[in-house]
Design a protein around this ligand. Structure first.
Ligand SMILES: [Zn+2]
Ligand SMILES: [Zn+2]
Length: 336
């Protein structure tokens, strides 16, 4: 049996081990992707911790997969060997539950997660359901496509579904893995784009990414900064800090919306009184494969690109810690 190199977690709390595994064969409705790049995401910590509902170990993590199809299973007609494809967090759906019948595949009650329900992209090959595939445009390299499949689609799809309109004041909280893409998307979508982070040194970066304004929360609170700009119609929270997220509510304009795509471990504390001018606090669930495809097409069209650092599979452990310690500038990508 031919084998491949892969990185797996075999016990809770890791480590990531480099192993030889049999190259998997796609069953009916699935395809095999030769992985060319796979981004390292904060959510890969669920695999490392061995703590996600229904997940079993060993498991190969990775849900920012970019590569080329090298084999299709029976019944797959929309895709063929040689197609360049990406696979994100949304790893498949049942087509039969009520949310699926309404076309809300991301909310499927039997939904699969790439790299959690089945093995992901920290490997030379990955086998995935055909409905989880997104087409990669020619203009995007695999290394650039990888991070767009989770960090990218999460922010792009949240922004385009937020209700914000061209010219609105849209603030992006955090300019890390998600935030550095969100700032680019918001500016390209025609919003008056405000980046919020800590430290005066980030102002230059924020403007390079396209932000029109920068709020340094070491110099003023997020609320003060946003009020100075007339209040935000939308805050997109990408930094996983409950305190930082809650601190933006006072900076929303009346009828403004706080939209959360980060996953802080702590609960959010928000004054109910402060919401009575019609403010909303909501979350957004990334997107399904066609949303990923739209994200990549928009990125190719408008020049949005992730900033990446690449690592070999052998360095997955180092890449993961680099990301968790917030040292990655801005997205770590494994290249098998
Ligand atoms: Zn992710
Ligand atoms: Zn379903």
């Amino acid at each position: 049996m031919p084998t491949m190199r892969a990185v797996q977690v075999s016990q809770p709390n890791g480590p990531f081990e480099v192993v030889e595994r049999e190259i998997p064969t796609p069953g009916p409705g699935w395809v095999r992707v030769k992985v060319e790049a796979c981004g390292v995401c904060h959510s890969d910590m669920f695999v490392r911790a061995g703590a996600f509902p229904g997940m079993t170990l060993p498991r190969i993590p990775g849900h920012e997969i970019a590569g080329t199809i090298d084999r299709v299973g029976d019944g797959v007609h929309a895709w063929k060997a040689g197609d360049r494809v990406g696979v994100g967090w949304h790893g498949g759906h049942c087509f039969q539950c009520d949310p699926c019948r309404r076309g809300r595949f991301i909310n499927c009650v039997n939904g699969k997660v790439t790299g959690i329900s089945h093995d992901g992209g920290y490997a030379e090959y990955a086998v995935v359901p055909a409905e989880s595939l997104a087409r990669i445009p020619d203009a995007l390299s695999a290394i650039d496509a990888g991070p767009l499949l989770c960090a990218g689609v999460t922010t792009y799809n949240a922004l385009r579904n937020s209700g914000a309109r061209p010219g609105d004041v849209v603030a992006i909280l955090g300019i890390g893995g998600l935030g550095h893409l969100a700032v680019q998307y918001a500016a390209r979508m025609g919003f008056r784009t405000v980046a919020i982070s800590r430290g005066a040194d980030k102002a230059t970066l924020a403007r390079e990414l396209g932000a029109h304004e920068y709020i340094d929360t070491q110099a003023e609170t997020a609320s003060e900064g946003l009020q100075r700009l007339g209040g935000a119609d939308l805050v997109l929270a990408t930094a996983p800090s409950a305190e930082a997220i809650a601190s933006t509510v006072g900076g929303l304009a009346s009828r403004g919306k706080l939209l959360i795509v980060a996953a802080p471990a702590q609960s959010l504390s928000v004054s109910a009184m402060g919401l009575l001018s019609g403010k909303t606090v909501a979350g957004w669930p990334s997107g399904s494969s066609i949303d990923s495809q739209d994200t990549m097409a928009f990125s190719a069209l408008t020049g949005v690109r992730p900033r990446t650092e690449t690592f070999e599979l052998d360095d997955a452990e180092r890449a993961f810690h680099h990301m968790m310690e917030n040292k990655a500038r801005f997205r770590a990508v494994l290249v098998p």
